[in-house]
Design a protein. Structure first.
Length: 503
């Protein structure tokens, strides 16, 4: 065992893509071709100062004959003044193919969810990829998420085990279609975390909770890793479509890759100022996925969305239990709808997801209900991207929302009613499963209708008449009763808009 006190003088600054990073002095192992030792261990100690780059790499010289790489780490958590971030250190690993942004060297990431991991040919810790251990320079990636004013002191323990490698498993992925009901409304939750990142549930546990919540489809979205992709096939079925993705967790916001091809990894090591997000948004689309900025106004460190919405296919405006940051996200999205209507340009639909990690986080609260031609990846994505969807707090809530004209014209959620500016139109909302909730109809001019609370049965019908000159679009909200004050109650459901008038 040896110590490497990695001080500033032993660091080298380099650039990966556009993101500055630090690489420390390498760790070497002395095993030779005729060495009979079964394992060797090295310990690396160092201190990262405040203002450290987002990523710090520790090179590890992996010799021929290595069977397993095991890494554990600790770091100090000194007391800090109120309102000052303490220490938080993430970890992952890249293999001999390197750390190039968007390259092929990624072998796993656990963020701050684990204190140790291993990688072998035949197996790996969740969040890490099994595969051949090739000789060469591997890189342990440290991510100083936050650093206390005193600095962040860490200790890495690296153990290489030697011997014959096992067989690399052949990945099996879930089918991209389920039985479905033809053209119908399907319920899904597309932001979920398993034990492959910072979740605490297995894929089997998540699938069971999804079925219990009345869901038809889900999307895997572990932070900065795609290793769960090969672990969903056994839990998918004719009644549950499992799409594959990732939550790309940058320091300037999170984005869900929704429904990418199996085995797709999307890099996250950049900030908005690096001008790299567009490249990876295009990668998501090339891989068959949708780009969904997540919880854009969340208050956690690094969660607030700073990349703009020019690349977004859908926006997640309701994330988990309804909170004030969701209210801000909903209002911000509505302002975007106003601008789209005024300028006659394309609009971005909204969705909601649970972001469930562990008990007691409920899966399917909220859920997005999408009109699709079938229960397939492509059909669900088409419906989401077209905005043919609404968001509900549970499977108990069901909506039918339409607008009709005087000559039989008709449009549903996400569509446009093509009538003249002054043509009278009728907005109709049918609700079930929302006892004591109030209906609000929101337009580009603001809230133009607020109904009385629905009866305790939770069912009701609301009709409202308007014209395209008065309302360029209309969407519906269901709100719970408020105890006091002028603020609206928490959402029970909301729809994407129906646009009114000719283009």
């Amino acid at each position: 065992m040896c110590d490497d006190d990695a001080r500033l003088g032993r660091r080298a600054l380099f650039v990966t893509g556009a993101a500055a990073a630090l690489t420390l002095r390498g760790v070497t192992f002395a095993r030779g071709a005729d060495d009979m030792r079964q394992a060797e261990t090295r310990t690396v100690r160092g201190t990262l100062p405040p203002g450290s780059p987002d990523f710090v790499y520790v090179p590890v010289d992996v010799p021929e004959g290595t069977r397993e790489i095991k890494v554990s780490y600790t770091y100090d958590r000194p007391a800090v003044p109120a309102g000052t971030p303490g220490n938080a250190l993430d970890i992952g690993i890249f293999d001999e193919r390197g750390t190039e942004l968007g390259g092929k060297g990624f072998r796993g990431w656990s963020g701050g969810a684990r204190t140790e991991f291993y990688v072998r040919a035949d197996d790996a810790t969740p969040g890490y990829l099994p595969g051949t251990i090739n000789p060469g320079t591997w890189e342990i990636a440290l991510g100083p998420y936050t650093v206390a004013p005193q600095g962040l002191s860490y200790e890495l323990t690296i153990t290489l085990s030697y011997g014959e490698q096992g067989a690399v498993p052949e990945p099996v992925y879930p089918r991209q279609r389920a039985k479905g009901r033809g053209r119908d409304w399907y319920r899904g939750d597309c932001h979920l975390h398993s034990w492959h990142s910072d979740g605490r549930r297995t894929p089997a546990e998540i699938a069971a909770l999804a079925r219990a919540a009345g869901l038809d489809f889900i999307n895997s979205s572990d932070h900065n890793t795609h290793t769960s992709h090969a672990h969903w096939a056994d839990v998918a079925g004719d009644d549950l479509l499992v799409m594959l993705g990732e939550e790309i967790t940058t320091r300037n916001g999170h984005v869900v890759a929704l429904g990418t091809d199996p085995g797709t990894f999307v890099d996250w090591r950049y900030r908005a100022r690096d001008n790299r997000f567009g490249r990876f948004a295009r990668q998501i689309r090339r891989s068959g996925g949708l780009v969904v900025p997540a919880h854009p106004h969340a208050t956690c460190v690094g969660c607030n969305w700073k990349f703009g919405f020019g690349e977004a296919d859908v926006i997640e405006v309701w994330n988990g239990p309804y909170t004030p940051d969701d209210e801000v996200a909903l209002a911000d999205w509505d302002s975007m709808l106003v601008a789209s209507a005024r300028e006659g340009r394309a609009w971005i639909p909204a969705m909601g997801n649970s972001d469930a990690h562990r008990d007691p986080d409920p899966v399917g609260t909220p859920q997005t209900v999408v009109l699709a031609d079938g229960l397939t990846r492509e059909a669900i994505q088409e419906g989401l991207k077209a905005g043919r969807s609404y968001v509900a707090e549970s499977a108990k809530v069901a909506l039918s929302f339409t607008v009709s004209g005087g000559r039989g014209e008709h449009a549903g959620i996400g569509e446009r009613l093509e009538v003249g500016r002054d043509a009278p139109v009728t907005v109709r909302l049918e609700v079930s499963g929302a006892p004591r909730c109030s209906v609000r109809l929101v337009t580009d001019q603001g809230v133009l209708f607020t109904g009385a609370p629905l009866p305790v049965t939770g069912s009701g019908v609301v009709e409202w008449r308007t014209t395209p000159s008065y309302a360029a679009y209309v969407r519906a909200e269901l709100r719970h009763e408020t105890a006091a004050g002028p603020l609206p109650g928490a959402l029970a459901a909301f729809t994407n808009p129906i646009f009114l008038g000719r283009r």
